[in-house]
Design a protein around this ligand. Sequence first.
Ligand code: NDP
Length: 239
Amino acid sequence: MTRTVVVTGGGTGIGRAVAAAMAADGDDVVVTGRRQAVLDRVAAELGVRAVCCDAADPAQAEALAATLERVDVLVNNAGGNTDFDRDAPGADLKALAENWRANLDANLLSAVLTTAALDGKLADGGAIVHIGSIAADKGAGAYGAAKAALASWNIDLARTLGPRGITSNVVAPGYIASTEFFRDFLTDQRRDSLIAATNTGRAGTPEDIAATVRFLASPGARQITGQVVAVNGGEWPTR
Ligand code: NDP
């Protein structure tokens, strides 16, 4: 039977690579995101379905669920970092609060709300994969805290869904090149130091992450649940 796979934030970067890998396997893939034009392009390029949806908005998450009959694999990939620099103690409190709320919305609530909205549609024996981050172990401000909370919640979710044969795991990337994620932040020096911290001497690619997501959603991974799988070239979080 053809599986239905939902990839939040599937229009770009890692999500797009996941959507491409699953579509190539013959899955019926649905990508979501907030930019219709980006989704239209990826739908045409990959032959997938697209639904414009802000994953952090409860009403839009419910509207997404209403378009789907059944979901075999959910990839909670939507996320991003609103601003590394506004986390510092001493920052304007209003800006600090906005930054924390935005990071929690983008990286934690997006996954919680999408999962809750689709819960009634999740097929027994299915799989959920969340995209976390090495930042969860680095103390990386609001973003890292949101990804750490995602990993904690994943343990609960795996326990709750276990009796239905549904697995829940986090894939935690290290530095991944060629996505929109770092576009506004990354200096050449910072990029070089992230690569130097790996054993492999290279940045990860969206396809590295997609390969792990694909495995965790496959029959061979049915006994893996409640885990965080690091895909980071052996980078040890720097403190
Ligand atoms: P991108 O910015 O390319 O991808 C993020 C995607 O999420 C975009 O397509 C964006 O589309 C979508 N998105 C963001 N917020 C929402 C929302 N509220 N609802 C729906 N879609 C949303 O970067 P990456 O591919 O790198 O990031 C994918 C995931 O990987 C993120 O969770 C990120 O935190 C994580 N990650 C990335 C790393 C890296 O080095 N790149 C390292 C570790 C983790 P739109 O704006 O149109 O909604």
